[in-house]
Design a protein around this ligand. Structure first.
Ligand SMILES: [Fe+2]
Length: 422
């Protein structure tokens, strides 16, 4: 074992010891649920964001064999009411030696601010009850945001970051991964290891996936249509109909969240009108929102740092993503933009349009996995952190008047806190 491997072992051991008892308890409870559910060979059960999580939710899971005649039952938690039943659709997916059956159920007509329970039903078998919580309109909430969970030869470090994140924010109602979930979008090994590291999600927690460039890499490291990402996550269809799942929006509490797609370069051959359609949709979508806060979630950052940009062929200034979106963010009054991609932490307050007297706060975070880069400073950085950047995540707390965003490492160090007030 060389010095680097030894230090990594020590670091991982220290990180592991920090995993929260609460997180472990939640995992243990989930494992017990899985054991009770052993007759239904379903795995990676997850709640996926919808355009209106206060009134709807998407439930997904996977299996290696076809489960016919599946359905989902749900009812208000703690009642003895006869459950409502929802049909399940399924998709067969095959790639890189993996053959999967994906199951999807859409629960609609839910009441805001209500605790539900749901269970899988297959043939004459019933799984255990799981919790589903709908947010109250405009009520305060907290959420966890991680990015660049991609890992090299092992997802152990991400597994530890994931545990540490729930230790730091046990009350988070949902989590997002801001792109580059895995290192390779077509690799069965990467996707299985990522999902195994996530484990059984804490009961009642909703997942918000955001696409990154690594979702668009083939096994040969060429640009590809991110079929697996789009199949694994049935995402809100309120973006442009020809681009379903690439970008979307949703309301949660007092915030309108806009999930954008920054993969113009990677997806150009598959969606040549991606940017044009997305910008038109973005303007329509944001103008319709009455929520007090507007937060963008996207993968690539708005500054290029040392990354040569495909369009401008330069680095050190705004990125192609920044040139595309920042003027529109100024125009639309976006409050906060959360990005990843560079695997380090930076906070900026940028005004792209010279006529603007305001602009969003831009926070780039990550990584949550084990891949680190050294990124040069930029004079526009208001806050940076030491490099190589340790695994980190964001905790967002929101109410109608205040947003607080904290970046914390898996070692419990607070890298930065920013507060915005209406
Ligand atoms: Fe990336």
């Amino acid at each position: 074992m060389n010095r680097r491997e030894f230090l990594e072992l020590i670091r991982n051991t220290a990180l592991f010891s920090l995993i929260s008892p609460l997180f472990l308890r939640r995992q243990a409870e989930a494992s017990r649920s899985e054991a009770a559910e052993a007759d239904i060979p379903a795995r990676f059960l997850r709640q996926i964001v919808t355009h209106d999580p206060a009134r709807s939710r998407t439930i997904m899971w996977e299996s290696d064999t076809e489960l016919t005649n599946c359905r989902v039952e749900y009812r208000m938690r703690g009642t003895a009411r006869v459950p409502l039943t929802v049909d399940v659709s399924y998709t067969y997916f095959e790639e890189d030696g993996d053959a999967l059956f994906l199951y999807t159920a859409h629960l609609a007509g839910l009441t805001p601010g209500t605790a539900y329970e749901y269970r899988l039903h297959w043939q004459n078998l019933r799984g255990p009850w799981h919790t589903l919580l709908t947010p109250t309109e405009n009520a305060p909430f907290s959420a966890l945001l991680l990015t660049d969970t991609q890992c090299g030869t092992s997802y152990d470090l991400f597994r530890q970051s994931w545990g540490a994140a729930w230790n730091a924010a046990p009350a988070a109602e949902w989590f997002a991964v801001l792109g580059d979930l895995t290192d390779n979008g077509q690799s069965s090994w990467h996707w299985r290891e990522f999902q195994r590291a996530l484990g059984n999600l804490p009961d009642g927690v909703m997942m918000t996936p955001v696409m990154g460039n690594h979702e668009c890499y083939s096994l040969e490291w060429q640009f590809c249509d991110p079929r697996r990402y789009l199949t694994l996550y049935s995402l809100p269809s309120n973006g442009t109909s020809s681009h379903t799942g690439l970008y979307y929006s949703f309301d949660y509490g007092p915030v309108h969240f806009i999930v954008l797609n920054t993969q113009e370069e990677e997806l150009g051959a598959f969606y040549p009108d991606l940017t044009e359609k997305q910008l038109a949709w973005l303007r329509r979508d944001v103008i319709q929102s009455k929520k007090p806060w507007r937060i963008v979630l996207m993968h690539k950052d708005v500054l290029a740092y040392d990354e040569i940009q495909p369009k401008t062929q330069t680095s050190g200034d705004f990125s192609d993503t920044g040139n595309t979106f920042c003027p529109v963010f100024d125009e639309l009054g976006i409050d906060l933009v959360l990005t990843g991609h560079m695997h380090t932490y930076r906070r900026r307050h940028l005004f792209r349009q010279k006529s603007s007297d305001h602009g969003p706060v831009y926070v780039m975070s990550g990584p949550a996995g084990n891949e680190t880069f050294i990124v040069p400073d930029d004079p526009r950085d208001l806050k940076a952190c030491s490099q190589p950047t340790p695994p980190n995540f964001l905790i967002l707390q929101a109410d109608a008047e205040n947003l607080t965003l904290t970046c914390q490492t898996a070692d419990r160090d607070v890298l930065d806190t920013v507060s915005l007030r209406k």
